[in-house]
Design a protein. Structure first.
Length: 349
């Protein structure tokens, strides 16, 4: 089975071709990702600019993906497209084009949940990254902790109560005078501090919602919250500016912030692994590319649990993961009709 994938949920225009074998393993035959660097000028994604960029980039991206895969439109078995959640204008570009293209070549169209795509992403590189597993999806717009007994069977355990992990990285990066997107820059700056013990007490921030009194069944046992952590960083930056130590303190603040955030995520993952007896952890989303996060989770869950994290190419938004989900759903006889629409918010089921 050969499926074309389309991803336009935010500021990456991507097209990919995935082929599945008789054992349902998905192989990525080609992938094109067109990044919109213009958003760096504004310190965040501007929805209108993103939508217009998708309009000009999508057709060339699809043509290149098909050419790289040596596949003709007639050889496709279906077209998979992200239909939510995301920026609704950006999603509409992909959904509208995918529906029209699928109708033209007389193939089914499959609407794919963006976060389900991130669950499938590691399996494109690592065949062992399959259910059952505990999943942590961390990006600029989402932070979700899931138990996944099987593909298509998703149980949300926890989520962010305010900011997503990636958003927290971006906002703290701005406080420290670092470029957008902030995650890679904070990771790089934090790495200049040799160890957590080198961070002074003033910059050792509390890991939110991880106090020892929490028990399984408590409302906050699996949830995360980063608004208070951001405020603590803001106060630390202001104090450093007041006493003239901001420049010297930037790496220490970055390390203290990153340690607190990833320490929180690692603790929540470990709780989920223990509660459900899982032996695998799958990470997805842009923040999953943070090596310190991967190392912290592996250290926290122990050597008997395997942590699967995607490469940087598959951690960010991409059409390969969307095509993989589409191929799996199409193999089960599932597809979407003319009613397929774009949704800014969409529950994962």
């Amino acid at each position: 089975m050969i499926v074309l994938g389309i991803e336009t949920s935010c500021d990456e225009t991507s097209a990919a071709v995935v082929q599945t074998s008789d054992d349902a393993r998905a192989t990525l035959r080609s992938m094109v990702i067109v990044s919109q660097d213009v958003h760096r000028l504004f310190g965040g994604v501007v929805p209108e600019i993103a939508s217009r960029a998708h309009l000009t980039s999508l057709v060339p991206a699809v043509r290149q993906a098909l050419a790289d895969a040596h596949v003709t439109p007639a050889e496709l078995d279906g077209v998979a497209v992200t239909h939510g959640p995301g920026l609704v204008g950006a999603l509409l570009v992909g959904v509208s084009w995918a529906k029209a293209y699928a109708a033209t070549i007389e193939k089914p169209v499959i609407g794919v949940h963006h976060m389900e795509g991130h669950l499938f992403a590691p399996s494109l590189e690592d065949p062992d990254a399959e259910p059952p597993f505990t999943a942590l999806l961390v990006s600029g717009g989402h932070t979700l902790l899931l138990d996944v007994p099987a593909w298509g069977d998703y149980h949300q355990l926890g989520a962010t109560r305010d900011d997503a992990a990636g958003e927290a990285f971006d906002k703290v990066a701005k406080l420290l005078g670092l470029p957008y997107p902030g995650g890679p820059h904070i990771e790089q700056l934090a790495a200049t501090v040799a160890s957590a013990s080198d961070v002074p007490k003033a910059y050792r921030f509390t890991k939110p919602l991880t106090h020892g009194g929490q028990r399984l069944g408590d409302a906050d046992y699996f949830d995360v919250s980063f608004s208070g952590l951001k405020t603590a960083v803001l106060n630390a930056v202001r104090a450093a500016e007041a006493n003239g130590t901001r420049d010297a303190g930037r790496p220490l603040i970055a390390r203290g912030f990153q340690d607190a955030l990833i320490g929180t995520l690692a603790e929540k993952v470990a709780r989920a692994v223990s509660a459900h007896g899982r032996k695998r952890v799958v990470l997805g989303g842009g923040v999953a590319g943070n090596r310190a996060l991967v190392s912290a989770i592996q250290a926290r869950v122990g050597a008997t649990v395997v942590v699967h994290a995607p490469s940087a190419r598959l951690a960010t938004d991409n059409a390969g993961m969307i095509a993989a989900v589409g191929a799996w759903r199409l193999s089960r006889g599932e597809s979407s009709g003319d009613e397929l629409a774009a949704y800014a918010s969409l529950p994962l089921r």
